[in-house]
Ligand binder design. Structure first.
Ligand SMILES: NC(=O)c1ccc[n+]([C@@H]2O[C@H](COP(=O)([O-])OP(=O)(O)OC[C@H]3O[C@@H](n4cnc5c(N)ncnc54)[C@H](O)[C@@H]3O)[C@@H](O)[C@H]2O)c1
Length: 449
């Protein structure tokens, strides 16, 4: 590839902006180069600027300055907190930029619609970081369904099992704990899942019903004698030994060998002393029963699609695993999968009759399975251990979006269509708001036309 990288300006130099997108560019300098940054936190701004050799003339503490001046990059990456997505995205579109936008598009339905309207007026484009679509696991599931591996798809049972420690980290003590600060949990955590379910269903959603709430992480569930913090640096909470959410055990012992996420979220000093100081004084040492969290810790959503596919989505923060599982049932078979192991099991009701539309690799497997008399084929879509960054989705997403930006910039007529469109993303976000409306008002929401 001729080294003429796509130039990117990053707005929000945190975990995603710096560690995911910034580092991808450092690993692929021929494809993309970060040339400008906007970040109000001085240390983060300086760190990202130093990593990418960005001078002071292209480092800003506000996105308004970055977007207000002359054109600075081929595209803008928006990786700010949820509530800071809509305004910079609309401003970037008005300036004609292509935008790589972190999910969610915005925190409210009105803002989501405003982003859609701005995109329709702009020469620029928006690609929402629905990175799971790009994982080897979900792309294999999608291909098998589209190739007719289970006949006609009838139902989808999808679960997002967040993991008790991950939920405590991000949704009880962390950035997404409180709707006033971020978004409803079903949007913040599960807009990926709603997008996946809609993508697999292959049509728009017409009706939504949902139940859920904040069951566990509330003061009345605290063990007797629990303190407001897991430690003050010297004394431990007397309930610690019997508490699965003890921050000292988690950040210092259990992920003691990890310096990146989730430790990098709580401190820049990953030494035991640095972690202990963060837990003793920062938000990540708060008692999970006495934090200022208000988002649901579990939610069930039922969905009906225009093509009559019906789906259920269960999202729970009280699970042992941190993964996603899926079961798709069709007229000729069923497909069961699990993201963290990459395992996909395809079981056909008539094992010896591979449909002509199934790809050659499947036909081989189906043939072997038929000889063995099996009706189950087990595939590993994802090498184990799982690739970093959302099961390989982060890397594949950037590879795709940067290649498309480049093809567009260079007028390449062979530019591939994106795997995800803003229209589909807008739709999946409106499904999340409908689920929230249903959960709160205890009624089914008809999405009609
Ligand atoms: N696609 C995914 O799977 C995925 C995964 C994790 C997070 N996210 C999303 O990415 C976004 C960022 O999450 P994060 O974990 O990187 O958070 P973070 O807090 O680590 O980083 C956000 C950064 O934005 C900066 N910021 C705040 N206001 C700003 C402003 N007005 N202008 C410029 N910068 C500003 C903050 O100082 C911070 O450095 C969130 O919306 C989150 O929901 C998406």
């Amino acid at each position: 590839m001729t080294p003429n990288p796509i130039t990117l300006a990053i707005i929000g130099a945190g975990n995603r902006g710096r560690e995911t997108y910034g580092r991808w560019c450092l690993r692929h300098p021929v494809r993309a180069k970060v040339v400008a940054v906007a970040e109000p936190d001085l240390t983060r701004r300086i760190t990202l600027a130093a990593e990418h050799s960005i001078g002071p003339e292209a480092s800003f503490d506000s996105w308004r300055e970055l977007l207000g001046g002359p054109s600075r990059a081929d595209a803008i990456v928006i990786a700010t907190p949820d509530r800071e997505h809509a305004a910079p995205t609309i401003a970037a579109l008005e300036a004609g930029y292509d935008v790589i936008l972190e999910k969610p598009i915005a925190s409210t339905a009105d803002e989501v619609k405003a982003v859609g309207e701005a995109a329709s007026r702009s020469t620029g484009s928006v690609t929402v970081a629905h990175v799971l679509r790009y994982t080897p696991f979900f792309s294999t599931v999608k291909r098998l369904v589209d190739e007719g591996g289970i006949g006609e798809l009838v139902t989808i049972e999808h679960a997002e099992r967040i993991g008790y420690w991950h939920f405590a980290h991000s949704f009880v003590r962390g950035n997404w704990r409180n709707e006033g600060l971020a978004s409803p949990m079903i949007l913040a955590k599960a807009c990926h899942d709603l997008d996946l379910v809609r993508w697999l269903a292959g049509d728009r959603c017409v009706a939504v019903a949902s139940f859920g709430g904040l069951h566990h992480f509330r003061p009345e569930q605290a063990p007797p004698g629990a303190l407001d913090r897991c430690t003050d640096g010297v004394n431990r909470c007397p309930a610690a030994a019997d508490c699965p959410f003890d921050a000292v055990r988690f950040y210092i012992d259990r992920v003691g060998d990890v310096a990146g996420w989730p430790v990098s979220v709580i401190t820049d000093d990953a030494s035991p002393a640095g972690r202990l100081a963060a837990v003793a004084t920062g938000p990540y040492g708060r008692c999970v029963y006495h934090a200022d969290n208000d988002v649901a810790d579990h939610q069930v959503v039922m969905l009906e699609f225009a093509n009559s596919v019906r789906a259920s989505l269960t999202v729970s923060g009280l699970t042992a695993d941190n993964t996603r599982t899926i079961l798709l049932s069709g007229t000729r078979g069923e497909l069961r999968g699990r993201l963290d192991t990459g395992e996909i099991e395809l079981r056909r009701y008539l094992p010896s009759s591979a449909p002509a539309s199934v790809g050659p690799w499947d036909r081989d497997e189906l043939g072997r399975a038929a000889l063995r008399g099996d009706d189950a084929i087990i595939l590993n879509a994802t090498p184990v251990p799982l690739p970093d960054g959302h099961g390989g989705g982060d890397d594949a997403f950037m590879t795709d979006v940067v290649a498309r930006l480049r093809a567009r910039r260079d007028g390449d007529p062979a530019a591939a269509a994106a795997l995800t469109s803003l229209t589909a993303s807008l739709d999946s976000h409106l499904m999340a708001f409908a689920a929230e409306e249903s959960r709160r008002e205890r009624r089914m929401v008809d999405l009609g036309d």
